[in-house]
Write a protein that binds this ligand. Structure first.
Ligand code: FAD
Ligand code: PYC
Length: 416
């Protein structure tokens, strides 16, 4: 750090943020926009950014009922990877991963993307066969994927329990070295600032309460801050997607479940990769602050509470301690939940609807953070042109009647 940056840091630390310029404006909603995006999470903000940047549509409002990034974007455990099994998902997530690789430069905002690798453990021969199949499929799609033997896993992550007699012994793992983590809030803030710079209005504390639909076409949205006229509405509301769809008389094939995570007290660097176990429903990485970031599978009941039950934490921690005995005396500091929108095939929905001008981007379930840039990019295309591009086409609602499902329960990596 140079002497100038130390001085600047000290000055800013003692200024209590006074006179700092706002990173984005807080405008009053206008009576009409060319397009309205409902939901100010990473996906909604990214959609608005790419609408402005790639399609020249800048007369856009992002309407957020709370604060931007306050939904799943700010609640997730930030794992980024693209090692999905089927071609359609592999292409979509790899598109996102490529965008992640240039995102800090693209937004001129450090999203702290850290390609520290993501390992998915196998605990028995059946799992090993399934995971090796995924490695081969990934490679055929040009995605980096490696199979590690038990010995290579323990060399890569020496604090893992190598005892072959435990309940879930490690028999091997997949490794995607280009996978890793990113700073979730920074992704929302970076897209917000960049979209605002291109003229997008970001309107917080503005809940959408209904749609005005005439002759099968959307005319605008009813909100807690009045009616806003528009011919294009993109809904990106994660766990509340079904609630919004119902306002337009549409029933989506989604269930909303709590998904929880927790962090430990901060410690010195102890694990420099991401380790996930599908079989025991637990995964761990270490944040830049030093906290262990630990997550679980979904809570099995449907609910809109951003909390989750203690039994899931108990099971997850017992699995983590068995996999990493070194963590057995760590104290846990905070726990929270988000509401994830899960589709029957564990894949996203990026789709037109029976209402003209009304589009939905949802169903990312437990795994949409990694998709944020790619999701925004392809959804902006759909909203702007009223046609999906080739990456988004397999994820339309039609698949639930045609049967062309994209069954990604295995690659979703977190049970749902
Ligand atoms: P959100 O960030 O939830 O944004 C939707 C926004 O819509 C919210 O801000 C909400 O307030 C707003 N909204 C809802 N209703 C209305 C309304 N009526 N009017 C206006 N606004 C409205 N994914 C990964 O890839 N890797 C992970 O490691 C990972 N870990 C996770 C861990 C947990 C604990 C959770 C909960 C999720 C995890 N996910 C992970 C999933 C990921 O967080 C989500 O798929 C992703 O963040 C969804 O982004 P979004 O922008 O669509 O949703
Ligand atoms: O999709 O990789 C993932 C993930 C990890 C934790 C939650 N989701």
């Amino acid at each position: 750090m140079t002497k100038y940056s130390i001085l600047s840091l000290a000055r800013n630390a003692f200024s209590y943020h006074e006179n700092w310029p706002e990173a984005w404006r807080s405008p009053e909603p206008k009576p009409a926009y060319e397009a309205v995006i409902v939901g100010g999470g990473g996906h909604g903000l990214a959609t608005a950014y790419y609408l402005a940047k790639e399609h020249g549509i800048t007369n856009v409002a992002v309407l957020e009922k709370g604060w931007i990034g306050g939904g799943n974007t700010g609640r997730n455990t930030t794992i980024v990877r693209s090692n999905y099994l089927f071609d359609a998902s592999a292409h979509l997530y790899e598109h996102a991963l490529k965008l992640w690789e240039g995102l800090s430069q693209e937004l001129n905002y450090n999203v702290m993307f850290s390609q520290r690798g993501v390992m998915n453990l196998a605990h028995d021969q059946h799992e090993a066969r399934e995971l090796k199949r995924r490695v081969h499929a990934n490679r055929l799609n040009g995605i980096d994927a490696e199979w590690l033997t038990r010995e290579q896993v323990l060399e890569f992550c020496p604090i893992l329990n190598g005892d072959p007699t435990i309940r879930y012994p490690v028999v091997g793992a997949t490794l995607q070295r280009r996978g890793g983590t990113a700073r979730h809030d920074a992704v929302a803030w970076g897209y917000a600032r960049a979209a605002d710079e291109r003229g997008v209005d970001i309107i917080q504390n503005c809940e959408v309460t209904g749609f005005r639909i005439t002759n099968g076409a959307v005319e605008g949205v009813e909100t807690t801050r009045g009616f806003i006229r528009t011919g294009k509405v993109g809904v990106v509301a994660a766990g509340h997607s079904s609630v919004l769809a119902a306002m337009a008389g549409i029933r989506l094939p989604l269930e909303s479940h709590p998904l929880q995570a927790l962090v430990s007290e901060p410690v010195k660097p102890v694990i420099d990769t991401v380790v996930m176990s599908n079989a025991v429903h637990a995964y761990v990485s270490q944040s830049d602050k030093g906290e262990l970031v630990i997550g679980a599978g979904i809570d099995p009941y449907v609910s809109y509470t951003q909390r989750g039950g203690f039994s899931v934490i108990e099971e997850t921690i017992s699995a983590i301690v068995e996999m990493f005995p070194i963590f057995s005396r760590m104290r846990m500091m905070r726990q929270w939940g988000g509401i994830v929108d899960t589709a029957p095939d564990a894949s996203a929905i990026i789709s037109k609807t029976p209402v003209k001008g009304l589009y939905f981007n949802c169903g990312w379930g437990t795994g949409g953070f990694k998709a944020t840039p790619g999701s925004g990019h392809v959804f902006a295309h759909l909203v702007a042109r009223d046609e999906p591009n080739a990456l988004a086409a397999p994820f339309s609602l039609e698949r639930f009647s045609s049967g062309a499902l994209v069954a990604e329960h295995g690659a979703a990596a977190v049970a749902h």
